[in-house]
Structures are given as structure tokens and as C-alpha cells.
Design a protein around this ligand. Structure first.
Ligand code: B12
Length: 480
């Protein structure tokens, strides 16, 4: 049987049981080919000796080596793997897919370590490609592919979106490795992610999703969602499900119907917006098992909210936060900083908003304060370029664009301030990291000390890069 090797690179944010989720992109690809081909998924996050693994797998029956990547750190690790495969056998086609090749198919395909870049949902084009490779047929007319031809790059653009969103081949990975999620639920629970819809109709100017999805929202019906999720829950004895949809409550009625079908049989988590939360019945969602919501609030400055095209207000944030406080649903808020033109006062407004939300809703958490990174495909990207941001001209250049990216020209003057806020934001909610210190009293004591120390400095708006921030920053970077 012909064989396909799929590789999931380190992301730069790889904390087991916290951010290491199953490589769903590759499991989706696998589901489209396993009827005819054998598929081996290598997840670098679990595989220190990934080179030996690749060497052992590659053989005469290998049809291609596929690799998935977001923009940022993953590109570097994907390139290492591709380079290694080239060295072992230069005739194995190397196929790249994922968010970054979707945003920049031509630039990706121009890289010497890329034979084919696939833009968009991969199931259909990947199946067509491997069929052609297996039958030794030409593949250069398959839509969604970008590749080099006659000294130039050709890209067969096709914006059609797939109608299905969640056929994952769980058999192609060792699911047990991914099953626990401790940070989100505050304790170790058996949990797996599930995706019930893809895309998002909103147009947030910092997000690449409008370009990825064309602002279309494709979803499973409530019954389909429930049936697939409950099968997953039964099969893997799950206590919780993480809905990794970009925006779960785009349609409030659909969301409520899914909730009623779930009816508290397991705990669940969703990514969603505050305005969507203002339109749903939080009490009923609580009864139906919704435990955690993770909205992006981004800023406490009304001007920046306008700039970001969030179409939400600080007042709405406060109102919904108060309503959430009356339930047991925990809110984990995401913030961003370092936007072009953002003043220190505007940044302070974000700090104050975070403190106020936590004071009014003591169960709420702060996921973090992240520095804005101009990802290609986002509307704000053009403004970033006008403000002096120089986009990389090659695939390799984008590998530096992780969440630790601190190279945008307008933040240089206050780089230490952003670094301090990023690091201290991880401790500011008093308990979010506590799950990591379970059973480790010394670590817990240190966390408590840091919590108090940083709360004081946020309250007094003093963000000095003290020795402890430097140390934490160095420790953090070891993982990136
Ligand atoms: C889970 C997740 C993560 C996980 C990693 C994934 C994992 N498996 O563990 C973690 C938590 C580590 C993560 C981190 C980050 N993430 Co994230 N993440 C997601 C999320 C919620 C789901 C990804 C997923 O599994 N999708 C499901 C699969 C089926 O879809 P897919 O990946 O698009 O794959 C399809 C196609 O792309 C293609 N394809 C993919 N790979 C391949 C490979 C081949 C060979 C082929 C042919 C095709 C192909 O086919 C697949 C099936 O159709 C998405 C949002 C979303 N709903 O998709 C964001 C998303 C991918 N993340 C995003 C971002 C911004 C980040 C962070 C920067 C966030 C932050 N501030 O920290 C970091 C990056 C790490 C870093 N060092 O900088 C952005 C992408 C930005 C970009 N330009 O790359 C997204 C789109 C969210 C958003 N709307 O902004 N993330």
C-alpha cells in the first residue's frame, strides 16, 4: 500500500495538557485518504527523535511528505523537517498546507523546500494530488495548488469552501496523548477539541480569518454537531469538549439548540464574542454544561476598538461580564497591545479594564496581553506597512512572526513595557496558572507571590522590567 507521511511541527507554544491539541488539520487530511493509502502522522511535539522517526518511515512506497504550518515559529520547524526529508530522499514531493500557505500560497511555493503549497481546506486537493502521484498522472491542474513551473510560481486559485467541517481520523493518532486539558477547566479533565463550524462573518482588522474564510461561516447542524460530539465523548470517555470554532455563537439559536441537546452530559468550552454572549441565555447555557468562554476583548480603548473594527464597546464588555458573574461560567479574556498609533494612555485603559472586569467578576481570568503581530491577510496589515512595518519577502522570514514577535517599528521605544505586560499578564488573574502548580506547594507559593506583586504594579501603572520579569521572560523563551 502506498504511504503518506504527515508532519505536525512544534508551534513554539507547546505545553503538554495545556496547548498541545491533536493535529486536527492532519487528522482531517488523513480522513480523506485512508481508504486507499496508509497514513503516518508524526507530531514533533511528542517526538524528540523526530529525525529517526522520519528516517524509519520513509521508504519506496512513500508518496509524499506533508507538513502543516501556521504563520510564525512553526515555519522554522516545518523547514527543518522538510530539509531533512530532502536530504534522505530528494525525490519525495514535499507538500505544505495550513494557515500560512493559505495566506501566502505563491511565496510559500517559491521556497526551495516546498514542492507544492496547498491553499485552503486540504481534504479535496490533497486527495487529488496523492491519487495523481500514486497513478503517476500529472497534477498541475488541480485547483488550490501552488508550485514552481518553468522558473515561475503558478497558483491555481480556487476560493470554493468545503461543506463539511469535521471529519477527523482519530485512528491516525494516539488520542490518549492529547486527552487532558488542565488549564481551561482549572483541573485535569479528559477533554478533546471539536470543530462544529469554520469561518467567521466578522471583520476584525487584526485577524486573518476574514481572508481565510471570505467571512463565510460554514457549520454543521445542531443535530449533526451533537451526534458527532457525543460519539467522541462516548468513545474516549471524555468529561469535557472544547469547541475550537473561530466563533461558536454566530447564530444564537443554533448555539442554544446545540446546548439543549448536550443538556449537561459533559462540560464544554467555546471561543466566542461578547456581543454574541449578550444575545444568548447564559443561565440555560450554564445548566447545559457550558463552563468556559474565551472572548477576545483586545483593548479598553474605544478608539482602538474602532480601529480594530470590533463593532463592540467597552460598556458592552462590562455589562456582559457582570451577567457572566451571575453564573458559574468562567470567562477567559484575551487582550492585545502594541497597535500602530496606540498611546500609553490607551494601553493603560486596557490594563484598567482588565482589573475592573476581574474585580466585578472574580471568577474571570486573563489569558494574556499579546503584542499585535501584523499577520498577512488582516486589514490592519496595510496600516502596519504604512507605519513602517517591512513584511518578510520569503517563507523563512515569516518564521520570526510568533506571538513573541517584538519587531514592529512603533513598539520599539517601549519594548520593555510590552514585554513586562505580556509576562505579568499571565499571573494577574491570581489563579489561571494554578492548575500548573497542583501538588507542588513551592511553585504555588511562588505563583501567589508573583500574583500579588504584579497586581500591585498594574494598579499603580508601574511596569518596570524587574529581575523576576527578566527571569520569567528567559524561562518562557526557552520553550519558544
Ligand atoms: C488549536 C489552535 C492552536 C493550537 C495549535 C494547534 C494544535 N493542533 O495544537 C495552539 C494553541 C498551539 C495555537 C497557537 C497559536 N495560534 Co492558533 N489556532 C488554533 C485553532 C483554534 C484551531 C486550529 C485547528 O485545529 N483547525 C482545524 C483544522 C482542520 O483546520 P486547519 O488547521 O485550517 O487545516 C485545514 C487547512 O488549513 C489545510 N491544511 C492544514 N495543514 C495542512 C497540511 C497539508 C499537507 C495540506 C495539504 C493541507 C493542510 O487542510 C486542513 C483541513 O481542511 C485556529 C482557529 C480555527 N478555528 O481554525 C487558530 C489559529 C490557527 N491560530 C492562530 C494564531 C494567531 C495563533 C497564535 C499566534 C495565537 C497567540 N496569540 O498565541 C499561536 C501561534 C503559536 C506561536 N508560537 O506564535 C490563527 C492563525 C494565524 C496565522 N497567520 O497563522 C488562527 C487561524 C486563529 C485566528 N482566527 O486568528 N493555535
Amino acid at each position: 500500500m502506498s504511504q503518506i507521511i504527515l508532519f505536525y511541527p512544534l508551534t513554539g507554544l507547546d505545553v503538554k495538557e495545556v496547548t498541545v491539541f491533536p493535529p486536527m488539520a492532519l487528522m482531517a487530511l488523513a480522513s480523506s485518504v485512508t481508504d486507499r493509502y496508509s497514513v503516518r502522522i508524526i507530531d514533533q511535539r511528542f517526538c524528540r527523535d523526530w529525525k529517526r522517526e522520519i528516517r524509519n518511515e520513509i521508504g519506496p512506497e512513500t508518496l509524499c511528505f506533508g507538513v502543516s504550518t501556521m504563520t510564525g515559529t512553526q515555519i522554522r520547524h516545518a523547514s527543518d523537517a522538510a530539509r531533512f526529508v530532502r536530504r534522505i530522499n530528494k525525490d519525495i514531493p514535499i507538500v505544505w498546507g495550513g494557515v500560512h500557505p493559505t495566506l501566502m500560497p505563491e511565496q510559500t511555493a517559491a521556497d526551495p523546500l516546498v514542492d507544492v503549497a496547498v491553499a485552503g481546506a486540504g481534504e479535496k486537493p490533497f486527495r487529488s494530488l496523492v491519487d495523481c502521484l500514486a497513478e503517476k498522472n500529472p497534477w498541475t491542474s488541480i485547483p488550490q495548488l501552488a508550485f514552481k513551473q518553468g522558473g515561475a510560481v503558478r497558483y491555481l486559485r480556487d476560493d470554493a469552501r468545503s461543506g463539511d467541517v469535521s471529519h477527523f481520523s482519530y485512528e491516525s493518532v494516539d488520542v490518549e496523548k492529547y486527552v487532558y486539558g488542565s488549564l481551561l477547566f482549572g483541573r485535569r479533565v479528559r477533554a478533546l477539541p471539536f470543530i462544529s463550524s469554520v469561518g467567521c462573518p466578522h471583520e476584525c482588522a487584526f485577524c486573518c480569518q476574514p481572508m481565510l474564510s471570505g467571512r463565510k461561516w460554514i457549520r454543521l447542524s445542531p443535530v449533526e454537531t451533537y451526534e458527532r460530539v457525543i460519539r467522541l465523548v462516548d468513545r474516549y470517555k471524555l468529561e469535557a469538549v472544547l469547541f475550537d470554532d473561530d466563533e461558536f455563537f454566530v447564530n444564537a439559536d443554533r448555539g442554544m439548540e446545540i446546548a439543549r441537546l448536550i443538556n449537561g452530559q459533559f462540560e464544554w468550552y467555546v471561543q466566542t464574542r461578547m456581543d454574541d454572549l449578550s444575545r444568548v441565555d447564559l443561565g440555560e447555557l450554564e445548566r447545559c454544561g457550558l463552563r468556559v468562554v474565551q472572548p477576545g476583548l483586545e483593548t479598553g480603548s474605544p478608539r482602538i476598538l474602532e480601529l480594530l473594527k470590533k463593532k463592540e464597546t467597552v460598556e458592552l464588555y462590562k455589562t456582559v461580564n457582570r451577567r457572566l458573574a451571575q453564573t458559574s461560567i468562567q470567562a477567559i479574556y484575551n487582550f492585545m497591545m502594541g497597535f500602530p498609533g496606540e498611546s500609553i494612555d490607551e494601553l493603560t485603559a486596557t490594563v484598567d479594564l482588565a482589573l475592573e472586569l476581574m474585580a466585578e467578576n472574580p471568577r474571570s481570568r486573563i489569558a494574556g496581553f499579546y503584542v499585535y503581530v501584523p499577520y498577512p491577510g488582516a486589514a490592519l496589515y496595510d496600516l502596519a506597512v504604512q507605519q513602517g512595518f517591512q513584511p518578510p519577502r520569503s517563507l523563512g522570514g515569516w518564521s520570526a512572526f510568533s506571538r513573541e514577535h517584538r519587531a514592529t517599528p512603533w513598539i520599539q521605544e517601549n519594548k520593555d513595557l510590552y514585554e513586562t505586560l505580556f509576562i505579568t499578564s499571565k499571573f494577574i488573574d491570581q489563579t489561571r496558572l494554578h492548575a500548573l502548580s497542583e501538588g507542588k506547594p513551592f511553585v504555588r507559593t511562588v505563583f501567589n507571590w508573583l500574583n500579588d506583586r504584579y497586581t500591585q504594579s498594574w494598579r499603580s501603572h508601574s511596569y518596570e522590567k524587574t529581575w523576576d520579569v527578566r527571569l520569567l521572560s528567559a524561562l518562557y523563551r526557552l520553550n519558544v
